[in-house]
Write a protein that binds this ligand. Sequence first.
Ligand code: PPE
Length: 307
Amino acid sequence: MPITETEKIWMNGEMVPWQDAKIHVLTHGLHYGSGVFEGIRAYETDRGPAIFRLEDHIRRLFSSAKIFMMDIPFSQDQVIEASKSVVRENNLESCYMRPIVYLGYGEMGLNPLACEVSVAIAAWPWGAYLGDEGMKNGIRLKISSWQRHHPNAMPPAAKGTGMYMNSSMAKVEAVKAGYDEAVLMSAQGFVSECTGENLFVVRNGVLLTPPTSAGALEGITQSSVIRIAKDLGYEVGVENLLRSDLYTADEIFLCGTAAEVVPVSSVDDRVTGEGKPGEMTKAIQSMYQEAVRGRVDRYKDWITYVG
Ligand code: PPE
């Protein structure tokens, strides 16, 4: 999806004009994928722009960095304040935000410990990640021939930049085969997640999602969906799912910050339920859209106003 340029990007403590936010070609992160990042959305509310679950995203950014032994030279509070200022200074009503921590220029080779750690935060307006049509009528999934990372090969709990080569290969395979998105299985044979989204299945009226031990990111949207679903009175379980569970599910949807809540219409050409978004999916999708815009009192703790 194309990027819409905004005015300024926060880099290592300073606001830099968009065009000047550059790095050297020998940056460690470019060669070895040594970085961690977050994807965050801000939404228009009746009190101006608000960032959804900002503190939780920044906490995960720091956890990811800890896993890879990257010492972020700012406090979590500083990164939170910087994130708010990026939305403010670019006069954005709503946007997608991309904080990234990466090993910089100056050292080469596989031992990263001497590398300087850089931090940047960009923000730009971004539409429906899997398309408006998919949001409304559902998308077509294909199970990938690529597996999700084994937890002892790459840590699923971390959002490491280099880890996304795996997602990209799965995405390309699915798109070239005529599907919208790929589902990755774990090395142990269980359903893990999609290339940039967690996955939920409805079976016998119960909402189920795979655990992190199946290689899935501990999604922040996933946890929002679990809370919303329970508040709507649905039964929710976190458990391993088999490939066949996807073929026979009554409803399936994906969720993530960029994607939001997206219905699935088929998996490997097996039509999901009636082939159109199911009741639970629609109820959760619409409550999520209200919650992110600060319109639901019980979810106000998820909202950080930037003003
Ligand atoms: N799994 C993966 C692999 C993943 O990348 C994401 C987010 C999720 C699950 C959902 O996590 P959360 O956003 O906390 O609910 N993917 C981000 C990046 C997408 C992209 O770079 O493209 C996102 O949604 O921002």
